[in-house]
Ligand binder design. Structure first.
Ligand SMILES: [Zn+2]
Length: 225
């Protein structure tokens, strides 16, 4: 138990892997919700490090071992490894079988349960939702709703990283555990304080490319190495 990863260790690991883009870095982003945000966490550089992901997931699911979880779900794509590690660790601790599925990205937006056997793994089950990064809660609320539409009983949400302000109440779930808080601000596009100061928009992470297409004269920047 005492070997579980702490918040400080998780934040350091995310920083070391280049996942965190801090508000003070001099640019900003457009999130999936359409809101403009001053910071961003990109989980992708962590995904190849399976042992690190395992430890992060273990520290999250430790908070749900008494909730009778039967199925773990996350949204594609960054959340998929969390479902595998999450079900693995829950099975190891609790015994029995815990299933791991994910919600695929749908077109033009949103999520869908569309793979063979996945709907059956949710219906009538106690379902733990996992997420790599919770920004404005826009995406993860869609996944929570999707689970309920498929007859699953959502026991809670566990995340690797979440912005401040994310809570069980705001998510509409009974229980929320976040491994590491990474704080930044968000605005509706028309009210964005960073746009007012012409702070460059990042176009190679998030949805800034759509903003750039609609505002061709606005300064942009690429940050991926
Ligand atoms: Zn802006």
């Amino acid at each position: 138990m005492s070997n579980l990863m702490t918040e400080a260790e998780a934040l350091q690991a995310l920083k070391d892997k280049g996942s965190l883009y801090a508000p003070e870095d001099g640019y900003h982003f457009k999130g999936a919700s359409g809101k403009h945000i001053s910071g961003y966490c990109n989980i992708d550089p962590v995904l190849p490090f399976t042992d690190l992901l395992s430890k992060m997931t273990e520290a999250i699911i430790e908070n749900f071992i008494d909730d009778g979880v039967e199925t773990v779900i996350a949204p594609a794509t960054g959340g998929i490894p969390l479902t595998q590690w999450g079900s693995h660790h829950l099975q190891k601790i609790n015994g029995g079988e815990v299933l791991g599925v994910w919600a695929d990205k749908a077109k033009p937006e949103g999520f869908a349960i569309e793979r063979a056997g996945f709907a059956e793994a949710i219906k009538g089950q106690k379902v733990l939702v996992l997420e790599d990064v919770v920004n404005t809660m826009y995406s993860i609320k869609q996944v929570i709703e999707l689970v309920r539409e498929h007859g699953g009983d959502v026991v809670g949400l566990g995340s690797v990283v979440a912005n401040r302000g994310v809570s069980a109440e705001a998510l509409g779930v009974n229980k929320f555990f976040n491994l590491a808080t990474f704080a930044y601000d968000s605005w509706k596009e028309a009210e964005c304080e960073l746009c007012a100061r012409k702070v460059p928009m990042v176009i190679d992470i998030g949805h800034g490319d759509k903003f750039a297409a609609a505002h061709p004269d606005y300064p942009t920047v690429k940050v991926l190495k």
